[in-house]
Design a protein. Structure first.
Length: 80
């Protein structure tokens, strides 16, 4: 997944997953982030770290910056 341009984001912000957003844990299968889902987002060097809680358990995933921008451009993720 690639995007035509880069977005500017703060170091930490909130977003809402509203479409199909998938991530891969290691070399495993793609997993879909539940939608709709409010997430906390932290900016890392080459990725964005999304975190949320399901049934009291913390979940953290990483999306490469181009993948995150793709989901923003296609309105799968909405920055709040």
């Amino acid at each position: 997944m690639t995007t035509q341009h880069s977005h500017n984001y703060p170091e930490n912000f909130k977003a809402r997953v509203v479409g199909i957003v998938q991530h891969r844990i290691g070399d495993g299968q793609l997993e879909t982030i539940p939608s709709p889902m409010e997430v906390d987002v932290s900016t890392a060097i080459a990725s964005f770290v999304l975190s949320w809680t399901i049934e009291g358990q913390p979940v953290t995933v990483s999306l490469a910056k181009p993948d995150f921008d793709y989901h923003i451009d296609h309105q799968n993720i909405v920055v709040q």
